[in-house]
Ligand binder design. Structure first.
Ligand code: SAH
Length: 215
């Protein structure tokens, strides 16, 4: 399989054609190999327009949704970004190309191990810090963050995440019930207050933790 070619088509047909415009975002998707983030045997579908299973009932998100979320953060390159739900590590790799440093928290130890191997050993990314734990509590010792991205759905905006957002920072998360959610942008404006913006419907696996779902 010609992976670079499949990737270039993915960028053209799934991202550019659907309105992803940020040149740095498109470049990151052109460079990061998605096939190393899917389970063995699914490589041929890595560039298809769909989410894929990564084990334990979890999924690697569809390329377009990853791009839409990342683009909405409007990263400039100097930010420290917190990601909740590392999963396969694909979104982490994309973020690593677009900001200064990514702090990523994942509940399942096995995913942390697999993602660490891919990000550190295979891709040699040196600006990614991974930790196993409940990301609904954020990462207090490293706060504040320029942006926070949650790739699991929550019934509420976890209060610790808003607290750990720097002034002018953007938090994006899927908000809703188990079946359907709205991709929601929470922005912390200069005077410390927050505003919400609806970016459309989506469907993610559950954020399980103290400030998400209990089970
Ligand atoms: N962006 C990921 C998609 C991950 S799916 C990718 O590109 O592969 C959502 C992930 O969130 C799952 O791996 C799940 O285990 C994790 N998760 C669920 N609740 C969590 C929590 N409270 N803290 C950290 N990770 C959590």
């Amino acid at each position: 399989m010609d992976y670079p070619r499949a990737r270039a088509r993915m960028v053209d047909e799934q991202l550019r054609a659907r309105g992803i415009r940020d040149a740095r975002v498109l470049q990151a998707f052109t460079e990061i190999p998605r096939h190393i983030f899917v389970p063995a045997g699914l490589e041929a579908r890595a560039y298809a327009d769909m989410p894929l299973p990564i084990g334990d009932g979890q999924t690697i998100s569809q390329p377009f949704i990853v791009a839409a979320m990342v683009e909405s953060l409007k990263l400039e390159g100097d930010e420290r970004v917190l990601e909740i739900g590392t999963g396969s590590g694909y979104m982490t790799a994309i973020l690593a190309r677009l900001c200064n440093r990514v702090y990523s928290v994942e509940r399942l130890q096995k995913h942390v191990q697999d993602a660490r191997y891919r990000l550190e050993q295979v891709l040699s990314l040196s600006n990614v810090i991974l930790r196993a734990g409940d990301g609904s509590n954020g990462w207090p010792s490293e706060a504040p963050f320029g942006a926070i991205l949650v790739s699991a759905a929550s019934p509420i905006v976890p209060p610790p995440l808003v607290e750990q957002l720097g002034r002018g920072g953007r938090l994006i998360l899927p908000l809703g019930n188990e079946k359907e959610q709205r991709l929601t942008m929470v922005q912390r404006v200069e005077n410390g207050s927050t505003g919400h913006e609806d970016l459309g419907g989506c469907r993610f696996v559950k954020l399980i933790g103290e400030h998400g779902w209990k089970t």
